[in-house]
Design a protein around this ligand. Sequence first.
Ligand SMILES: *[C@@H]1O[C@H](CO)[C@@H](O)[C@H](O)[C@H]1NC(C)=O
Ligand SMILES: *[C@@H]1O[C@H](CO)[C@@H](O)[C@H](O)[C@H]1NC(C)=O
Ligand SMILES: *[C@@H]1O[C@H](CO)[C@@H](O)[C@H](O)[C@H]1NC(C)=O
Ligand SMILES: *[C@@H]1O[C@H](CO)[C@@H](O)[C@H](O)[C@H]1NC(C)=O
Length: 326
Amino acid sequence: MRAISVLTFAVAAAARALAVHPNRLNHAHLPLFERQESTTLTLDGIIAATPSVSAVTVTPSLAPPPSVLPKPPSSPPAAAPAPTPTPLDTSISSSLSHECMTYLTNLISNSTFLSCLPFSLLLQTSNSYRTQITNARSSGNYSYLNELVAYAASPAPGSETCDQTFAGFAETMRDRTNCGSDLNSGMPVARQARRGLSNYAAVRTAAGLVNPDTGSYCYLEAAASERPDDAYLWQLPMGNILPSTSIPTCSKCSALVMNHWGTWSTNTTTLNGTMINSAASTINAKCGANFVSVTVQTDGSSASRPRSDLLLPLVVFAPLLTWVLA
Ligand SMILES: *[C@@H]1O[C@H](CO)[C@@H](O)[C@H](O)[C@H]1NC(C)=O
Ligand SMILES: *[C@@H]1O[C@H](CO)[C@@H](O)[C@H](O)[C@H]1NC(C)=O
Ligand SMILES: *[C@@H]1O[C@H](CO)[C@@H](O)[C@H](O)[C@H]1NC(C)=O
Ligand SMILES: *[C@@H]1O[C@H](CO)[C@@H](O)[C@H](O)[C@H]1NC(C)=O
């Protein structure tokens, strides 16, 4: 029997990692997503990462084996399951400019924004989503999450409408009259919100990926996994680099998800060839030379190069995989 002992270790706090200059974050600059109560990131938290963690605790999941995880519904749900988690649901930062605060406040009450259910933002900026992951992992009941993923992949307003609407949000957010100055000054909260708007379509379509061997959503399998490795792949578009010590499961999903990011990196500012190729070589080192066959341009002329205002955080996750196996 394999037991995974709880392990705790320091990780560059993601909140700090989100800041190019870690010392700019202090209590006077409480970021929007700063969790004030706890500084422990569980595996649930890696899957639904929040940026202010300084330690990682990996707890075993009660997940059923992949063969008994729920399968996607035969048609997309007409509505997201209740309670529907809310993106950007933590405290609003007093360090955001008044304009940016107003913009984000209006955004999160916009009905199109909500009904398009941005999975990209749920993965990073939603405490209510994180709670649902924790519930699923501790109960072993993934029905809710399955419905949520199905809806997020195919939201009611229509995929095309939502993709276009979010591309529009990503643009308007940059306006000087909205969050332009916050983005230019590197405000982590603003950057993270913008990243989630920019990669809406890439992450929405990834949510719909299904493992052909099991018939379940790839995301669900990663969320239910005892190991964080596959869940890390879901963090790539958020700028979290795959730890070189990562040991992915080598399931078809590892390849599907990577190939997906590779394809989308040409038109998604938060993905770039360097990070994808590096993740692909980490995976191929474990799974076989041609397991992931993505080849992405890494030179400066690549359209995948992020804008300077989107330079993403470097999270030092390498120590995460100090597994204790018995
Ligand atoms: C929500 O945002 C969209 C896109 O910007 C806009 O067309 C729509 O009017 C907004 N809805 C509300 C209720 O403000
Ligand atoms: C799993 O959770 C759903 C609600 O999300 C509930 O309807 C269902 O009864 C639960 N299944 C089991 C076996 O507890
Ligand atoms: C690619 O993304 C990573 C992670 O966000 C970043 O550290 C790196 O600088 C980016 N590379 C290029 C060439 O933009
Ligand atoms: C971005 O790239 C993906 C993958 O190639 C493609 O399916 C999608 O339509 C593209 N989106 C836009 C807006 O070009």
